[in-house]
Write a protein that binds this ligand. Structure first.
Ligand SMILES: [Zn+2]
Length: 257
């Protein structure tokens, strides 16, 4: 699926900026704006004309550059209805399950609360791409700040159900290397994970990104998604436990790892 051309670049320290261009409609979408300057530079380099900005959640490191980028480009801004009062510059808001026509491209809004209550994951089914904000990371998941552990688990389970395995996944941060250490400690004899960790170490030693990832890869290697696998639960000494309980134990363990 090559309908969406994609650019990803670091903003601030470890946040990602993402630009998607629909080759059919020429719609150009930014997802989150940690900083306007790197976006403006990418737009200059590519010659792409930004038409829309989608926001995943209200944290400052995802919206700090929003006003400046909107002002410079005139792009339309769409974000979570729950953050209507927290995020300035929203032109339109979405709730869970909304399907949008964004300049001719279909975009599905999936509410995935837990890290924050407002969190939206954006799915571009015609391009085989999703952006999961600070909900799902490669080999990890976001910290639970505003929701609770059961809510976060429900959100991850929903992403596993709704995003096809081949979906190319972008997220808010380059945290993969530190996530990898925890993942290996929990799941040391997972061959797919060991291979992925080697790849992550090589990429980071060359200062290259480990994102995007895919849903299939995360299902095979991300310990937080593997909470649904009874064999993995048994290895953690939690045979027969519900996936939500296994997830809660892992998330708490990661917080003090
Ligand atoms: Zn956040």
């Amino acid at each position: 699926m090559t309908r969406l051309a994609r650019r990803q670049f670091i903003c601030l320290t470890d946040n990602y900026g993402v630009l998607l261009k629909d080759e059919v409609s020429h719609t150009v979408i930014a997802v989150d704006v940690p900083d306007a300057a790197p976006y403006l530079q990418e737009l200059r380099e590519t010659g792409w004309r930004l038409t829309h900005i989608l926001i995943t959640h209200h944290h400052w490191d995802h919206v700090q550059g929003l006003s400046a980028l909107k002002q410079a480009t005139g792009a339309k801004v769409i974000g979570p209805a729950l953050s209507r009062d927290k995020i300035q510059d929203l032109d339109d808001v979405v709730e869970d399950g909304d399907t949008l026509d964004v300049g001719g491209l279909r975009v599905d809004a999936l509410a995935t609360p837990g890290h924050t209550l407002d969190q939206i994951s954006w799915h571009f089914p015609e391009g085989g791409v999703a952006h999961t904000g600070d909900t799902l990371f490669s080999l990890g998941c976001g910290r639970v700040f505003e929701g609770d552990l059961a809510m976060m688990w429900a959100s991850l389970a929903k992403l596993m159900r709704q995003l096809p395995d081949e979906t190319v996944i972008y997220c808010g941060h380059e945290y993969t290397l530190s996530n990898a250490r925890f993942a290996l400690a929990m799941d040391p004899d997972n061959a797919a994970l060991r291979q992925r960790v080697q790849e992550v170490e090589r990429l980071r030693s060359e200062h290259l990104p480990t994102l995007p990832t895919t849903m299939a890869r995360e299902k095979a290697t991300n310990p937080f998604l593997r909470a649904a696998d009874p064999v993995f639960a048994e290895k953690l000494g939690m045979a027969g436990a519900a996936p939500a309980e296994v997830f809660a134990k892992l998330r708490n363990a990661k917080d003090t790892f």
